[in-house]
Ligand binder design. Structure first.
Ligand SMILES: NC(=O)C1=CN([C@@H]2O[C@H](COP(=O)(O)OP(=O)(O)OC[C@H]3O[C@@H](n4cnc5c(N)ncnc54)[C@H](OP(=O)(O)O)[C@@H]3O)[C@@H](O)[C@H]2O)C=CC1
Ligand SMILES: Cc1cn([C@H]2C[C@H](O)[C@@H](COP(=O)(O)OP(=O)(O)O[C@H]3O[C@@H](C)C(=O)[C@@H](O)[C@H]3O)O2)c(=O)[nH]c1=O
Length: 282
């Protein structure tokens, strides 16, 4: 397939480019497609000869979004809506990535795709606006909610932990936020496998997160153990790590629908972490 990808430098976008395989990937960076200009992004789709569009660009600075909610809402909400409408007009599928941060984080049960959403921060609200706009466009689409993305590129928790461990013997990390770390490479592979299957009767909102669910503190411990560092991790409650944006405590996601509908397996993040650490060492 000819796939038009919004995003070029992000974690998922880079992996889409690397994992493209038999697909032809046309990836657009901010210089070619600025998501703060919704109409310009829609026009690019209208003029393209792509078989499907993947939006892998987003405003992802969770704390900064608290001060820039209007801009985050254009990038994560309005523009994905305009892109999805342009795809619907052309009759091609639109694949969009969303987040666990659309949920309020209550309870301990894994969230199913149809569970009620109630984002607790500006980033989550902006991503929810995107989901609603994509659905309202009425075309064939996939909204893939994922969580805790990591890769050898860009900014993510794995790289932050490795960086902090260079100067610190001990770190305090929240132990009461639980979720599924997910490798950008696995998300890219899933999107590429799903794209050819989407159509009028197949698509919608799905969850895709690495298993097993863990706390950020346990994730940090695994990062240090696998990378052979003896940095100690002390568990702390969220209340001891104040941040501008409130994060959900329960980010567990039920992903079985994706396997059922698209035959995509749910990855074990520990295997993906081995791979990312190898990439970082290379
Ligand atoms: N990171 C995570 O932990 C999670 C991410 N997601 C979702 O997954 C998707 C991919 O995220 P991820 O790969 O981590 O993203 P990154 O944070 O790695 O990268 C964000 C990308 O979006 C681009 N971007 C931001 N603003 C604009 C703009 N105005 N115009 C054009 N491009 C822009 C950035 O470009 P530039 O380099 O020029 O700034 C960059 O390429 C997003 O939809 C995100 O919401 C979901 C759950 C977890
Ligand atoms: C650096 C650090 C963070 N933390 C905590 C803060 C926070 O609760 C948690 C994760 O921190 P981060 O800021 O890396 O994570 P954050 O940017 O909130 O990650 C989120 O990004 C967006 C884009 C998503 O969609 C989510 O799925 C999720 O991946 O770890 C510590 O407890 N100790 C530390 O030393």
């Amino acid at each position: 397939m000819k796939l038009l990808v919004f995003g070029k430098t992000g974690q998922v976008a880079r992996e889409l480019i690397l994992q493209g395989g038999a697909h032809e990937i046309m990836a657009l960076g901010r210089d070619q497609a600025d998501l703060s200009d919704s109409e310009a992004c829609a026009a690019i789709i209208a003029q393209s000869d792509a078989d499907a569009v993947i939006n892998a660009a987003a405003y992802t600075a969770v704390d900064k979004a608290e001060e820039e909610e209007a801009l985050a809402t254009i990038i994560n909400g309005d523009t994905p809506g305009a892109m999805a409408r342009a795809c619907a007009v052309k009759g091609i599928p639109f694949l969009h990535v969303s987040t666990d941060y659309v949920f309020d984080g209550e309870g301990e049960k894994p969230w199913s795709p149809n569970d009620p959403v109630a984002p607790q921060n500006a980033y989550g609200r902006s991503k929810l606006a995107g989901e609603e706009a994509v659905r309202a466009a009425g075309g064939a689409h996939l909204i893939l909610r994922t969580s805790w993305v990591f890769s050898a590129h860009g900014n993510n928790f794995v790289k932050t932990m490795l960086r902090l461990s260079e100067t610190r013997d001990q770190l305090t990390v929240v132990a009461d936020q639980i979720g599924g770390p997910t490798a950008a490479r696995d998300i890219a592979k899933a999107l590429l496998a799903i794209a050819p299957q989407l159509g009028a009767r197949k698509g919608g909102t799905f969850h895709f997160a690495g298993h097993p669910a863990v706390s950020w503190a346990d994730f940090a411990r695994e990062i240090f153990e696998k990378s052979g560092r003896d940095t100690q991790v002390a568990d702390i409650p969220t209340s001891d790590y104040p941040t501008p944006a409130k994060r959900p405590l329960n980010s567990r996601m039920e992903c079985s629908d994706l396997t059922k509908d698209f035959d995509v397996d749910i990855p074990d993040w520990r295997e993906a972490l081995d791979e990312v650490l190898r990439d970082l060492e290379a």
